[in-house]
Design a protein around this ligand. Structure first.
Ligand code: PLP
Length: 353
């Protein structure tokens, strides 16, 4: 029996992706070789890489525009460092909306001044700061969705300086204007595929601002020149990303996925607000469509609730260790039925106390 996987990442992926990925491990495309043993220089893998890069740009509606897509090693955390290494000359501005933003700031501080334009740390990151100004800096960095706290930026500032966004936990979940960003990065293990790679979408114009003497492996220029194959890429992770992006396209692309994601979020938040046993963590106007964070008002009911959702074959509902409580992560591949089941278990608890 398959579990209903609400895990924050690595997370649930479409079943068709599991099947195709498993078949490729046995025998990739009837080649007589496993995907795990094909050369990254083979025509077969070059085709995978090129299709994955093209599809990622297409999903962001950045095809034929001035952007490049890369699949790099090191996850989103490597991007905290690469962004600063390549572009932080003197000063950069950061919006501090949680643990991941803070980690990006920490890396920025190694290369120059990393100014926090605003922070929601004062309320344990349960909201997104709105009124702040951005000084003249090398770039502005923000995190579009705060996976741990369940908050999400609904708008981005209109600024005349490069804007860089960590979209690890909400990329390709809804229609937005990707064109407003100069660099977007995302760890693959949520809406892109499985762990082992990070997607970077970068405006070619920004490459002119790369600092001198950036080590080859950490320079965006190197990876673009070598078509994301400077060294041996994570072949399997990129193949899974391709399968997942093809699946997303078949579902009707981001518009269709957005309407499903909106339905799932409406279902869970309606129950959090209705059910007298629970309360939501994030401020309502900043609630994330991807990660719903909530608590039991009476902690003594936690054993009973845990028992109920675990018996319902729900997985990964525990909140992040820094805030506790519960977190329902509802990435693109999670079905509406899984969210309905979670709502039922919350209602069952109410009936049975
Ligand atoms: N940024 C965000 C918003 C995340 O949610 C995460 C992980 O969950 C990361 C960065 C770190 O990603 P990685 O483990 O790929 O370095």
């Amino acid at each position: 029996m398959r579990k209903h996987n609400f895990c924050a990442g690595p997370c649930t992926l479409p079943q068709s992706v599991f099947k195709e990925a498993a078949a490729a491990v046995e025998n990739y495309n009837n080649s007589g070789l496993s995907i795990l043993e094909i050369s990254h220089r083979s025509d077969a893998f070059v085709a995978i890489m090129e299709e994955a890069r093209a599809l990622a740009l297409e999903m962001a509606d950045l095809q034929n525009k001035d952007y490049e897509a890369l699949f790099l090693h090191g996850g989103a955390s490597m991007q905290f460092l690469m962004v600063a290494y390549n572009f932080l000359q003197k000063k950069a501005a950061y919006l501090d909306t949680g643990v991941w933003s803070s980690k990006a700031i920490k890396e920025g501080e190694l290369f120059g001044e990393a100014i926090k334009v605003a922070s929601s740390k004062d309320e344990n990151y349960n909201y997104v700061p709105k009124n702040y100004s951005i000084p003249e800096v090398d770039y502005f960095h923000c995190t579009s969705n705060n996976t741990i706290y369940g908050t999400q930026l609904k708008e981005f500032p209109q600024i005349g300086i490069p804007m860089i966004c960590d979209m690890s936990s909400d990329i390709f979940s809804k229609k937005i204007d990707y064109n407003q960003f100069d660099l977007i990065y995302a760890g693959a293990q949520k809406n892109i595929g499985t762990t082992g790679t990070a997607l970077v979408l970068i405006k070619k114009e920004l490459l002119k601002k790369i600092k001198p003497n950036v080590p080859s492996m950490l320079s965006y220029q190197t990876h673009i020149e070598r078509k994301s194959m400077f060294n041996t890429p994570p072949v399997y992770a990129i193949y899974v990303a391709l399968l997942n992006l093809r699946w997303l396209e078949k579902q009707g692309g981001i518009s269709a996925t957005e309407s499903k994601n909106r339905k799932k979020a409406a279902l869970i938040y309606k129950e959090i607000d209705r059910n007298p046993l629970f309360y939501g963590f994030a401020k309502k106007e900043d609630r994330s469509m991807m990660n719903a964070t909530f608590f039991l008002k009476d902690e003594s009911l936690s054993d009973k609730f845990n028992d109920l959702w675990q018996k319902a074959e729900i997985n990964g509902l525990e909140g992040h260790r820094t805030i506790g409580g519960y977190r329902a992560s509802m990435y693109n591949a999670l079905s509406i039925e899984s969210v309905e089941l979670l709502v039922q278990t919350m209602q069952e608890l109410e009936k049975n106390i």
